[in-house]
Design a binder for this molecule. Structure first.
Ligand SMILES: Nc1nc2c(c(=O)[nH]1)N[C@H]1C(S)=C(S)[C@@H](COP(=O)(O)OP(=O)(O)OC[C@H]3O[C@@H](n4cnc5c(=O)[nH]c(N)nc54)[C@H](O)[C@@H]3O)O[C@H]1N2
Ligand SMILES: Nc1nc2c(c(=O)[nH]1)N[C@H]1C(S)=C(S)[C@@H](COP(=O)(O)OP(=O)(O)OC[C@H]3O[C@@H](n4cnc5c(=O)[nH]c(N)nc54)[C@H](O)[C@@H]3O)O[C@H]1N2
Ligand code: SF4
Ligand SMILES: [Mo]
Length: 735
């Protein structure tokens, strides 16, 4: 059926993409000649080579991509199903038959005893489009539950919500990433690509080399911020006030693009009145960014012909995240920096399939093609493709954190596929306790993650280089990950797992195991929706190094479908590389201003918890670390948690680099060594969230949710710091 699904044995290697982040760097996997059974335990049968022809990363890879095959080796991963035995309360090896029977029985029993909504499903933005689609369909069809959501809720959901309300559709970047190098001024808000997407840094360098300017907004002086023309370092959680303050100055300094506002937007009057309250002195008071810096930012942003704003998790993972992104979008609209070549707003999506994973139905309120579950026409269309009555489809369910919080309450059984929330969820000790309170937990994973360790049944699955599937990168470019090696004996694909469970629940025919067959069904289900994939085929992706959605079936040939600007750029003419050049995706074709006002974070510092904790990433570890903490080279580069703090704060505490510090919030206490640096605000501390145990950052974080996106406030909570262990007396204290 699928020409690409057999392992390539070509000595020249197999072209594919990295398993990790949303840049989805192109790479070639070369078979290792001496990969025999002995070697297979400790190393993979392939190695990574550069693939310079792929236009996004042009050959460059970060250390995670280069070492990704290490997680294919047998010793790093699960190779047989595990079942918790009553006698020992331990996970012990089992056959696939037994494991699948147990899971199917638990799912079925829960439905019968407590109703279908007592079964929960939790997915991941790292799953391929085919898996995400099949998982959403499995929940609605085979389980009949409304209770499905996924970890993308913790990722870019605030930007998605703000993008949809402004532009009518949410595609992370509405233009190819390479456009960034040719704009006049780029504002990067709470984004640290030097750690999180290193190969993208070349576009920032090209921008600077070509005379463009870069503004970085980050409470920390990151390696990205060090490249900036101007670095603004607001207090965490105050981006909303900052963007409103910039808009206020744009008006005050006569920098509005009134023609653009009149011809291509609605809602300016209200947004304008809202912004007028944010005088520079007030904004300086809220954010800590000086009036002089605010004025400089407005000059840099408004002087050139083209300019862009890109947000990432900094402003988004806040209880005011959706409004914060709206405020940045308003700034773009008021200055005519949207819907034009080389200008616009975008969000840097995070996970490998962070874009596609949010389009095809593993989200609580969603049907494939970015359709809404509460839209009768969408229900009718998808029900037709699935061969069922639309009446039988459940309605929208709870958001990710609300779902996790309900485990052991009205949700009794959970199927977890593609996430490790015991490390990555907010208030993680509580999440862990909720997982333990379930009647039954089934986990499909590649490795025995910290969450899988709580399971009743663990199903070991194939990954990345061992199976074919598509992902959609941060530009909305649909890519083909090709199979390059056979999985170890004993593992099955996620599609096989869903098929095996569906068969036991009486739905086998609806869950094919061939990825290309699933993709073609996904295309039909998405037809006519905002994220229309119906014109995309594996062959077309292969021929064109990716196809940008929307790409309806029967649309013009690729070269014509690309807009004039797309054709001009040369590299990418497949599908729709650039959105909004003629009209926005709203009913009237106009972008919508949203009148937003600043509001403080859910937990402002006080006498007991006087500091702000923010969290994020380091280059050598990925997310919950489930995969990258199994790679020696990456552990060497980033061995464990730490807490970054300013020398002035360190002095107050009597601490220096290396001292064990206890960081305490209302949720709990974490311990990590100090890393003293001038590159952070003195009122703020930072921890990466990649580790479990005493250094787990998410023990501390606040699950306060944004009212629109339901995003938890990962990027700000109030903490205090104490020395965790006596400091030796004979040390020379200098900072
Ligand atoms: N090495 C590595 N790369 C990754 C990942 C990984 O885990 N490791 N994960 C991938 C995924 S899923 C994602 S979502 C992306 C995330 O990519 P990024 O968003 O670039 O990563 P973060 O480190 O979470 O946050 C970015 C910056 O936001 C800053 N920040 C904190 N609070 C605030 C605030 O209130 N306002 C502003 N303006 N900035 C703030 C932090 O100091 C940090 O430098 O990375 C992807 N790439
Ligand atoms: N404090 C704090 N917390 C955060 C964030 C933050 O900035 N600060 N960021 C949030 C963000 S943006 C994100 S995206 C989340 C991510 O956090 P998680 O959802 O925990 O993400 P991963 O660690 O990537 O977990 C993916 C799991 O799926 C497994 N896996 C990989 N590939 C496959 C596959 O093909 N099939 C199956 N079945 N399993 C697979 C991996 O082994 C791993 O166990 O963390 C969030 N948590
Ligand atoms: S930047 Fe992202 S996609 Fe590229 S090699 Fe690194 S982890 Fe992989
Ligand atoms: Mo993410």
């Amino acid at each position: 059926m699928c020409a690409n699904s057999t392992a390539s044995s070509a000595a020249s290697g197999t072209d594919t993409h990295c398993p990790y982040c949303a840049l989805q760097c192109g790479m070639t996997l070369i078979p290792l000649p001496d990969s025999n059974e002995t070697h297979a335990a400790t190393r993979a049968g392939v190695e990574v080579a550069e693939r310079p022809s792929f236009p996004v990363n042009r050959g460059a890879l970060c250390g995670k991509g280069r070492t990704a095959p290490a997680v294919l080796a047998r010793q790093a991963r699960l190779t047989q199903p595990l079942v918790r035995r009553r006698s020992s309360d331990e996970l012990e090896p089992a056959t696939w038959e037994e494991a699948l029977d147990l899971v199917a029985t638990a799912l079925d029993q829960t439905r019968i005893t407590h109703g279908p909504d007592a079964v929960g499903v939790f997915g991941g933005g790292g799953l391929t489009n085919e898996k995400a689609y099949a998982l959403g369909k499995f929940a609605r069809l085979a389980l009949g539950t409304s209770q499905i959501d996924y970890n993308g809720r913790f990722c870019m959901s605030s930007a998605a919500a703000a993008g949809t309300r402004a532009f009518g559709v949410d595609r992370g970047l509405p233009f190819p990433l390479s456009d960034v190098a040719r704009t006049g001024c780029l504002i990067l808000v709470g984004s640290n690509p030097a750690e999180t997407m290193p190969p993208a840094m070349r576009y920032l360098k090209e921008l600077r080399d070509g005379g463009g300017t870069l503004i970085v907004v980050d409470p920390r002086r990151t390696r990205t911020a060090k490249q900036a023309t101007l670095h603004l370092a607001p207090r965490p959680g105050t981006d909303l006030a900052l963007a409103l303050g910039l808009l206020h100055l744009v008006v005050a300094e006569g920098r509005l693009d009134q023609d653009f506002i009149d011809s291509r937007t609605t809602g300016w009057t209200e947004a304008h009145s809202a912004a007028m309250a944010y005088r520079p002195d007030l904004v300086e008071h809220i954010t800590g960014v000086s009036e002089r810096e605010l004025r400089q930012a407005v000059r840099l942003f408004c002087d050139p012909e083209h300019a862009m704003v890109l947000t990432a998790r900094g402003p988004e993972q806040q209880s005011n995240g959706t409004d914060a992104v709206s405020a940045w979008i308003n700034l773009c609209l008021a200055t005519g920096r949207a819907g034009r070549p080389l200008s616009g707003y975008g969000c840097l999506t995070g996970q490998g399939n962070g874009q596609g994973g949010r389009e095809h139905g593993q989200k609580a309120d969603q049907l494939p093609g970015y359709r809404k579950l509460d839209d009768p026409l969408a229900r009718a269309h998808v029900a037709r493709v699935w061969g069922v009555d639309a009446e039988t489809l459940p309605g929208p369910g709870r958001s990710a954190y609300e779902l996790l919080d309900a485990l052991g309450g009205d949700i009794r059984t959970l199927l977890l596929m593609g996430s490790n929330p015991v490390v990555s969820g907010p208030s993680a000790a509580h999440v862990e306790q909720r997982l333990r309170a379930l009647d039954f937990l089934a986990v499909c994973d590649v490795v025995l993650s910290e969450s899988a360790q709580h399971a009743d049944v663990v199903l070991p699955v194939a990954q990345w280089a061992e199976e074919t599937g598509t992902t959609t990168n941060l530009e909305g470019r649909v890519l083909l990950r090709r199979k390059a090696a056979d999985p170890p004996a004993g593992v099955r694909t996620d599609l096989d797992v869903l098929n095996g469970l569906a068969a036991r629940l009486g739905w086998e025919q609806s869950f094919p195991t061939d990825a290309e067959e699933v993709f073609s069904e996904l295309g039909r289900a998405s037809a006519g929706g905002p994220a229309d994939y119906s014109g995309i085929t594996y062959a077309r992706i292969a021929a064109e190094d990716g196809v940008f959605w929307p790409c309806p079936e029967g649309g013009a040939e690729p070269a014509e479908t690309g807009t004039a600007a797309g054709a001009e750029a040369g590299a990418c003419t497949a599908g729709t590389p650039r959105l909004f050049l003629d009209r926005f995706a709203t009913p009237d074709g106009r972008a919508r201003f949203v009148a937003v006002m600043h509001r403080p974070t859910a937990e402002e510092p006080d006498a007991d918890y006087p500091l702000r904790l923010t969290t994020g990433r380091v280059q050598a570890q990925y997310q919950s670390g489930a995969q990258t903490r199994r790679v020696d080279a990456l552990n060497k580069a980033a061995p464990g948690p730490f807490v970054e703090l300013h020398p002035r704060l360190a002095l107050q505490l009597g601490a220096e680099s290396g001292d064990r510090l206890a960081i305490v919030s209302r949720r709990g206490r974490a311990v990590a060594p100090a890393r003293v640096t001038r590159g952070i605000r003195p009122d703020t501390v930072f921890m990466p969230f990649h580790w479990y145990g005493e250094g787990r950052a998410n023990t501390l974080t606040n699950p306060a949710l944004d009212p629109t996106s339901r995003m938890p406030e990962f990027k700000t909570c109030a903490v205090r710091i104490e020395l965790a262990a006596p400091v030796s007396q004979d040390r020379n204290r200098k900072h």
